[in-house]
Write a protein that binds this ligand. Structure first.
Ligand SMILES: Cc1cc2nc3c(=O)[nH]c(=O)nc-3n(C[C@H](O)[C@H](O)[C@H](O)COP(=O)(O)OP(=O)(O)OC[C@H]3O[C@@H](n4cnc5c(N)ncnc54)[C@H](O)[C@@H]3O)c2cc1C
Length: 277
């Protein structure tokens, strides 16, 4: 008996990768959470249908380039976005965390660290109510597992908003040991959660020793079986922590989520650096 050949799928024309067009929004509130952390609330009709973001999800934020007074966006053509303006007017695009979204008022909160250099940080230094930006997303592959009972979190200030989103969803049956590295005591903020949390604030030991305190916290961590580890900070520091946990402690890669949120000396670090290289 001869095998029936497997049915071939009909040829398909590959469709171009479609991204949802960016949504224009207007700044409605600006406040300082800490001297170097600015909360910006935006709203707009185009946020209608903005998906409820999973914890630690990210957005693309589009800002007017330095020197421009308004935001121009590409036209949406049949083959994707088309840019018909001067190259110097292209928006600056950076990755941020949707800290909160309220569908009733279509209000999205984004928190910007003022780290000193870079167009997004500079924009957040001078942002005012009425400013227009655009957001695209949310995206990210993190799947929150509510059954996990123990968490070990380590983050620098760029990942404070993401830590906030995670602590917001932890149930009261969970416990979380949280290590945050910031510049100094002024940067410490409230991190409420229903879970049992212990938050340790580490002050950067020198201006450029990014993540060194988090690496030490990892070395002295008591990680019980079943603990989920989540780390987000400067990319090289994140890699050091990831290597330590997987190679020296022998923890399974499946117990860790590690993310490089920025890299020292590099502008616009990619949004998908999981350190799995
Ligand atoms: C998934 C994800 C979520 C993120 N969420 C947030 C968020 O909610 N809030 C937030 O503030 N950031 C967040 N970030 C980090 C943010 O994308 C970067 O800090 C980004 O580089 C800022 O853009 P910029 O234009 O200010 O600086 P860039 O032009 O990108 O960089 C200019 C210079 O500044 C340095 N730099 C960049 N970020 C920092 C920093 N945090 N501290 C010190 N030096 C830095 C760079 O190394 C470079 O030398 C997130 C990143 C990722 C990947």
């Amino acid at each position: 008996m001869t095998d029936t050949p497997a049915q071939e799928a009909p040829p398909t024309t590959p469709s171009p990768r479609r991204r949802k067009p960016p949504r224009r929004v207007t700044v409605t509130a600006v406040s300082k959470i800490a001297p170097r952390l600015i909360s910006v609330e935006v709203t707009g009709e185009e946020l209608d249908g903005f998906a409820e973001a999973a914890p630690t999800a990210h957005l693309k934020v589009m800002l007017p380039p330095p020197g421009a007074d308004r935001l121009l966006l590409p036209e949406q053509g049949p083959e994707g976005p088309v840019w018909s303006h001067d190259e110097s007017l292209r928006p600056v695009m950076r990755t941020y965390t949707p800290r909160r979204y309220d569908p009733a008022t279509k209000t999205l909160e984004i928190q910007f660290v003022l780290h000193g250099v870079g167009p997004a940080s500079a924009w957040a230094e001078r942002v005012a109510v009425g400013d227009e930006i655009a957001v695209a997303g949310p995206g990210g592959r993190f799947a929150f597992d509510p059954a996990v009972e123990r968490w070990w979190l380590a983050a620098d200030e760029s990942a404070l908003p993401a830590v906030g989103t995670l602590l917001d969803v932890l149930p009261e049956t969970a416990s979380a040991e949280v290590h945050i590295e910031v510049e100094g005591p002024d940067d410490e903020i409230e991190l409420p959660s229903a879970a049992k949390t212990t938050v340790t604030w580490h002050h950067r030991r020198s201006a450029t020793a990014f993540g060194a305190e988090l690496a030490d916290a990892a070395r002295s961590a008591d990680i019980a079986d079943g603990t989920r580890i989540w780390v987000a900070c400067e990319a090289a520091a994140m890699r050091g922590i990831r290597r330590y946990f997987t190679r020296e402690r022998g923890l399974p890669a499946s117990s860790l989520v590690t993310r490089g949120y920025w890299r020292a000396g590099e502008a616009n670090h990619p949004d998908h650096d999981y350190g799995e290289d």
